[in-house]
Design a protein around this ligand. Sequence first.
Ligand code: C5P
Length: 238
Amino acid sequence: MGALSQTRVPVIAIDGPSASGKGTVAARVAQALGFHYLDSGALYRLTTLAAIAAAIALEDEPGLAEVARTMQIRFGADGVRLAGRDVTEALRTEEVSAATSRVAAWPAVCAALLERQRGFRQLPGLVADGRDMGSIVFPDADVKVFLSASLETRAERRYKQLMEKGMYAKMADVVEELRRRDARDASRPVAPLKHYPDAFFLDTSGLSVEQAVAQVLDWWRERASRRGRETDRGGKSP
Ligand code: C5P
């Protein structure tokens, strides 16, 4: 019997900086395997939007944590809803991105979101993307990937995304904002963004989305078949 036949729910954790392509890759990997998908950044972004709606200051740590614990959210095929309102587009603005990395720096906010994130771990499996999926939220993940790309590549991707959405931006501002966000995410006291040693490192600068997805799926299959062999051996010689 292989690992997949046990009731333990497998997890693939994909962490990395903003605009590294981790969201796209994680969603495609989830689709290929028929797994659930957790965009943990969306939970932090929802906390920011909910706090703004409730006029809670971004410096009010207990107030923000309370919002993170109690906000009513729903992820569906038709988008993301906050208290019944469609916020799919509102979540992705540069203002919300910048405010969110400040909100996410509060330890009480991370703690409040921990159980909510773990709740997404359901059969047949989960692909989770974020900053601390493999280190804090799912430390026992089956496959951990740290996905990155050069600052220039990430800025170009973000710039293209913004233009496609009709949001005008200057390239120099996009680079500067990414640099600021990287610095904040890497220096926060709880779960700073870093490449932890048990994660595979994948630089996507020269890779297409398909190539990055194929690499993660290869690591997953290797891992699943190794687990299967270990379990089989264990069964024969207890
Ligand atoms: O991934 P995304 O850009 O949507 O994340 C938005 C912000 O949320 C990040 O800049 C980071 O500050 C925070 N975040 C986090 N931990 C995660 C996911 C996101 O602190 N697991």
